[in-house]
Design a protein around this ligand. Structure first.
Ligand code: NAD
Length: 331
């Protein structure tokens, strides 16, 4: 089975290398020509996955057609903002038998569509699948034990994809709640920004973090159900599991954004430092819009938005969190 990747960034390279190490030929398209050259010549990606020696079964290309012409399963591993523009050029040339697996966890602010919905709208004739869950690329690329969720309509297809991924340290579980699995991955980014803000202020109380993450999960679940997800999906790997991983990992871009905000950097400065703003930022704006439209109460997200936009300090956010969100339940 020949496998393809769109994007050999941190996640794309780690996942492509996992499959290559499982013995399959992998071709990955990458936007950055320097990365393509380094992977092909040295089996390294020092820009996005430094310190990991890549399996020679992984080849990189700058031509997207090479990926879609040859591969039966193609993983999409670029941030959601780039998906539409990148894939539009091959829209009419993709074999209808190709299975597309989305790894991106974000919303397109312009269209309001999730990455999975964007992919499904570009390729209506293809079978599509979502992979999510606690899967920090820097961990599983170093063979640390990881369990993720694959969501799709056909069990047969889920087995095809799980066969190329599963090994001694990496396992897949299945779900039929595609939207629930995807929303868990998108929404947790919002609350990871919040946790990063506490880290940036050196607020390390485990009691407080636990209360914050519990309320975050409650708010994610409420929003998700309103958008068609199943409640129980949020209490499993792609909900609670991913919320914990992203909020607590030093590798998370979203948690890092919160840390930088707490240290006083502006959004412009953060964008300059990180290249693009992490996906939780767009998700937060879109979710606030959706929450208003569908009358979902999301006080935590709203307060995070106020802090991000400098309307009040992180310390005040914490004070209000304790006072309003927790106290309110007693009324
Ligand atoms: N890194 C992780 O641990 C992880 C885990 C789970 C899911 N994800 C998801 O995977 C997706 C990719 O994240 P990442 O961490 O690999 O990002 P990254 O920053 O490491 O890589 C970004 C990728 O986007 C490409 N890119 C940059 N500019 C582009 C443009 N103009 N057009 C097209 N492509 C462009 C880069 O070349 C690179 O391949 C995100 O949606 C993220 O939520 C990441």
């Amino acid at each position: 089975m020949k496998t393809g990747f769109v994007g050999l960034g941190n996640m794309g390279t780690a996942m492509a290398d996992l499959i290559a190490s499982n013995g399959y030929k992998v071709t990955g398209w990458e936007y950055d020509g320097g990365v393509v050259e380094e992977i092909n010549r040295k089996h390294l990606n020092s820009k996005f996955l430094p310190g990991v020696e890549l399996n020679p079964n992984l080849a990189a290309t700058g031509d997207l057609n090479n990926v879609f012409e040859e591969c039966e399963v193609v993983f999409i591993a670029i941030p959601s903002v780039f998906i539409k523009k990148t894939l539009e050029s091959v829209k009419d040339r993709v074999n209808e038998k190709t299975i597309l697996v989305n790894l991106a966890k974000g919303l397109d602010k312009r269209t309001g569509l999730t990455s999975f919905q964007t992919i499904a709208s570009l390729f209506p004739g293809n079978r599509t699948m979502m992979l999510s869950g606690p899967s920090i690329a820097n961990e599983f690329s170093r063979k640390m034990p990881t369990v993720v969720v694959l969501a799709g309509r056909s069990r047969e297809d889920l087995f095809v994809v799980s066969r190329i991924l599963d090994n001694r340290y990496f396992r897949t579980r299945f779900s039929d709640d595609g939207i629930g699995v995807e929303l868990g991955g998108i929404l947790k980014n919002i609350y990871a920004i919040g946790l990063g803000m506490f880290d940036g202020k050196n607020i390390r109380s485990v009691n407080f973090r636990s209360a914050y993450l519990t309320i975050a999960l409650e708010e994610m679940t409420k929003t998700g159900i309103r958008l068609g997800a199943k409640k129980e999906t949020f209490f499993y790997l792609s909900g609670m599991g991913d919320l914990l991983a992203t909020s607590l990992s030093e590798h998370s871009h979203n948690r890092r954004m919160g840390e930088l905000l707490a240290r006083g950097l502006s959004l412009k400065e953060i964008k300059e430092q990180m290249g693009i703003l992490p996906e939780g930022y767009n998700a937060l704006q879109t979710v606030l819009y959706i929450a208003e439209k569908f009358h979902v109460s999301t006080p935590l997200s709203r307060s995070l938005w106020d802090v991000i936009n400098g309307r009040y300090e992180v310390e005040k956010f914490i004070y209000l969190f304790i006072k309003d969100f927790i106290e309110e339940e007693k009324l």
